[in-house]
Design a protein around this ligand. Structure first.
Ligand SMILES: Cc1cc2nc3c(=O)[nH]c(=O)nc-3n(C[C@H](O)[C@H](O)[C@H](O)COP(=O)(O)OP(=O)(O)OC[C@H]3O[C@@H](n4cnc5c(N)ncnc54)[C@H](O)[C@@H]3O)c2cc1C
Length: 471
């Protein structure tokens, strides 16, 4: 008997409930299949290629061949099942609207073909439909949502790495190399290579390093972009290379064992809670991807000034903390969370650009591009999302820089033309006098741009736009 495991956003062997179920099935030979996902961004495809290479090697070392296929899952999977005579297909659920729809279509097609299916929660601590408020409605605010989740979350035993029977099937697989997921000319991803190790082994080693080190300074350290105080697990989590249940278990154990403080451990887990919340929101409010969560913003006069958007994308706005973030993103495929908030506020409020533009750029350039986190976070910063910061809270990019990058270490790393500007002016170089700029070897407007918008004026314009929809 053969069982197909359909790998989706669960590219791991440890604590993979659907895969374990497939392997435990009496006398089963597991045939793992991965189907080309349409519509990812460029950076995500780079990660996916490496992650699949590693998954394929890990399976091979256990005697199992990963099958690569292209097409709609509801067509591909029944066909493969028929070819090898599989009578069961397993998968871990994906919670985006597209992922849910795909699951439904596959179920229907398998039903028609009389092939059994079983789906599992391998992605979240809590199934989104299980958490409702006292009125039986979905939560719209994070704190009560998470408080509710924490009240019944427990450590669950992780599903062990499955043991497989060696592959005997003769399915023809496509070749990963032929999918062309890696950039060639130009290779814009060469900066990613030394920084990231996609795949399950990379995820586990990143996690062990964080858990035995910086997690214990997480609460205060997580807001300083020049330091590596956060886990950097986001792309690993997006591709399911490590389970959130493992993070939960390990943190609880480290707190009980007094290796880390309760405060730091729970602060970290609450960020995992934000990840749960954004998926939860998408399950209950799927229109979030295109429409503002707060309907009042439907007629907000968002603009789409192409020049402003381009300057923002290229890190040429003249606001050093914004430019540093956008350049970090381009060169590394990642941006620190504090800086994501600053650049998103700048685009949606200082430039009055629609959050769709920012979301699309992040989708293409982030290695951790994630439909739920990206959508919910952009709407949150733009002021129109669930539990959003009020619209009138407009981040001042100068004060944010001075608060979270006091000496300009982060800015100088990513905006080298400002390397010699004194800390006093690093977040507002236009206020420095000519001798200071001359000594710093920077000519504003030539080596580094003057601000593309005036902070005070932009702030007032944004507030006026907000006033208009409020009334
Ligand atoms: C405008 C904007 C867009 C964003 N887009 C994405 C995205 O596409 N993909 C993505 O994974 N995160 C996104 N985030 C959230 C956050 O910035 C990243 O998850 C975080 O910076 C990743 O770094 P880390 O793994 O070191 O995080 P850590 O601080 O170590 O946190 C651990 C994990 O918790 C989750 N997490 C942390 N912060 C958040 C948050 N605010 N919302 C939801 N989950 C969170 C992530 O899975 C993260 O890996 C976005 C934030 C903003 C403001």
């Amino acid at each position: 008997m053969k069982v197909i495991h359909w790998f989706r956003e669960d590219l791991r062997l440890l604590d993979n409930p659907a895969l374990s179920h497939a392997a435990e099935h009496a006398d089963a030979e597991v045939v793992p299949v991965f189907i080309y996902p349409e519509g990812l961004g460029g950076a995500s495809y780079w990660w996916l290629h490496k992650s699949l290479e590693n998954l394929s090697k890990a399976l091979k070392s256990k005697g199992v061949d990963l099958v690569f296929a292209t097409g709609s899952p509801h067509t591909v999977l029944p066909k493969l099942a028929e070819q090898i005579g599989a009578n069961l297909i397993t998968w871990n659920r994906v919670y985006s609207p597209e992922g849910i729809e795909q699951g439904k279509q596959v179920k229907q097609a398998l039903g028609n073909a009389s092939v059994e299916h079983r789906s599992f929660n391998g992605q979240l601590l809590i199934e989104p439909t299980k958490v409702l408020n006292k009125q039986g409605l979905p939560f719209k605010v994070f704190t009560p949502f998470w408080r509710n989740c924490v009240s019944f979350l427990t450590a669950r035993e992780l599903a062990p790495e499955p043991r497989f029977k060696p592959s005997t099937h003769s399915l023809a697989s496509e070749h990963l190399q032929d999918w062309g997921l890696q950039p060639t000319a130009p290779n814009w991803a060469k900066g990613f290579e030394p920084l990231w190790q996609p795949g399950e082994a990379g995820a586990q080693s990143r996690w062990r390093e964080f858990l035995s080190g910086t997690i214990d300074t997480y609460k205060d350290g997580r807001d300083i972009p020049s330091e590596s105080n956060t886990s950097l697990l986001s792309p690993h989590l997006v591709f399911g290379e490590i389970s959130s249940q493992q993070l939960w278990n390990d943190v609880q154990e480290a707190i009980v064992g007094q290796q880390i403080s309760h405060e730091n451990g729970h602060k970290f887990l609450s960020e995992i809670g934000w990840r749960e919340f954004s998926r939860y929101l998408l399950v209950h409010f799927p229109h979030l991807i295109t429409e503002p969560f707060n309907a009042r913003f439907t007629n907000f006069p968002w603009g789409d000034d192409a020049q402003l958007i381009k300057a923002w994308q290229q890190g040429q706005t003249g606001y050093p903390i914004v430019d540093a973030g956008m350049r970090e993103l381009w060169q590394t495929g990642y941006m620190h969370n504090r800086v994501r908030m600053i650049v998103a506020s700048f685009l949606t409020k200082h430039c009055l650009s629609h959050w769709h533009h920012g979301m699309a750029w992040f989708w293409d350039t982030l290695l951790d591009a994630d439909i739920a986190n990206n959508t919910a976070s952009w709407q949150w910063v733009a002021g129109c999302g669930a539990d959003a910061s009020p619209y009138f809270r407009i981040f001042n990019p100068i004060l944010q820089g001075e608060k979270f990058d006091k000496q300009g270490v982060y800015v100088k790393r990513w905006v080298p033309e400002l390397a010699d500007v004194p800390a006093k002016f690093i977040h507002k170089p236009w206020e420095a006098d000519q001798p200071t700029l001359h000594a710093a070897k920077v000519a504003l407007g030539t080596d580094y741009p003057l601000p593309i918008v005036d902070h005070k004026h932009a702030r007032e314009t944004a507030l006026l736009a907000y006033q208009a929809i409020k009334t």
